[in-house]
Write a protein that binds this ligand. Sequence first.
Ligand SMILES: Cc1cc2nc3c(=O)[nH]c(=O)nc-3n(C[C@H](O)[C@H](O)[C@H](O)COP(=O)(O)OP(=O)(O)OC[C@H]3O[C@@H](n4cnc5c(N)ncnc54)[C@H](O)[C@@H]3O)c2cc1C
Length: 475
Amino acid sequence: MAISAAQAVSELKLAFPEHRKVISPDGTSEFEETVARPWSQTCWTSAAGYVFLSDTQELKKALEIVKKTGSKFTIRTTGHNPNYGFSSADETSVVLDIRQLNSKELSSDKTVAQVGSGSTWGEAYTWLEEQKLSAIGGRDQDVGLGGFLLGGGMGALPNLHGLGADGIKNFEVLLADGRLINANSKENSDLYRSLKGGGSNFGIVTRFDLETHPLINVQYTINLYKPDSYIEIIKATIAVQEAMENDPKIGLFTNFNNGFVAVGLFYADTPAERPSAFEPFDKLGQESLMMAAVPTTNGTILSLAQAMGMVHAETKKRFVGSVTTGFSQDLYEEIHKLWTETCKSLPADHVLHYTIQPFGKGGLQAGKDRGGNTMGHEDAPQCWWVFTCEWPKEGNDDAAKKAVDTMTETVQSLAKERELLLNFKCMSFASSSQKVLGSYGAENVKNMQDVAAKYDPEGVFQKLQYGGFLLRDNV
Ligand SMILES: Cc1cc2nc3c(=O)[nH]c(=O)nc-3n(C[C@H](O)[C@H](O)[C@H](O)COP(=O)(O)OP(=O)(O)OC[C@H]3O[C@@H](n4cnc5c(N)ncnc54)[C@H](O)[C@@H]3O)c2cc1C
């Protein structure tokens, strides 16, 4: 164990003497469970210690100790980011687990929901829906607010009210010097803008104040199609993507997977007649359909997130990569061919799959209407691709990573040749080696650097944070 991390763990144990508040390697099953909290097994590595923080005062004390000892640290909510070292670490670092920062409070006029940053979307939606309200968050109930919102955050209906980050009215942030401040359009507005997509570069967000909406009803269907029909599925995907440009109530994902293609069709209403925008998929016919994984359901963002959460339950090692492009049948077919070939390079139990996630002018405009963010999205309808490899613990890590890297690099080249490559890379879906912050453009990078220098002049979040999309090396 590195000396500074060992020192931090012993000081944390003194500061938090309560039973199992600070856990360090001790061979117990409790320790093993703590290590294995992250969603991806790739992140199941043993840190020098884990401290479970219940409120902002405790977090402040823990950060002080980290700073004083010079230990590396990492912030963890749910551990859904599959990149090693983001919410996980090794023996040189302590993990600050903020999952218990889960307070919930509604403003008196019910327009703002103050939610502790350790909460999951399932918890936030459940509480909001009890009050007939919604907020824009994740598609999966188990994902945490922290990483999702600080990385932009694409919900099921991205064109309706914009990205998750765009819907934040105020961030409560713990700075490296111990101050707990607010960042919103009036107070610390430079920090406010940088936090909307700028990740964990400036401080630890302790609370997100979210814009609320009257309860959003959603009609959703998740169908599984036969992979042989891929040309028709791509055509239908593009047709729905185009329809999204005229109707912000539409949401879509298309996931090409091992032996099936999963398509999620979402609509922010519960019409008696199925929206005509989905006809291209309906027309694919019974010969293309394998099954309705989730038959058409009139529900809410919560029930959709619960249905999606079921899909991701299995534990595996995981690696992701992301590219943003415009849309074109030719490009999508080329990417599909590339994927088919790349899959052949993998051992049989390694599953490489990819997802088409459209984001369009409705979402871009909603972001601008809310004051803008730091992500520098190009002003064009776009597709946020995510390439994911999942493999068993004893599998071939190098082959899995190589397959994802091949996909991201080659897709970038294919899109560039067709003048369809966009710079933006979404933090939520990118691999640690991708220059996410750099993809936001020089002006946004400069602003984020200035903001980091202003609010963290000692560079604590750059020097001591173990991993993440950090200004120190991600521009
Ligand atoms: C099954 C699944 C479904 C997903 N669905 C979506 C989706 O619909 N849309 C989408 O956009 N993304 C989605 N993602 C991606 C997800 O948003 C990112 O992986 C995100 O980083 C997870 O955040 P977290 O807080 O849950 O996890 P963590 O891994 O605990 O945190 C991720 C990163 O954020 C930092 N961080 C977390 N909280 C704070 C905080 N309060 N202050 C400062 N830094 C913090 C951590 O240090 C870490 O680097 C999904 C991922 C998975 C695995």
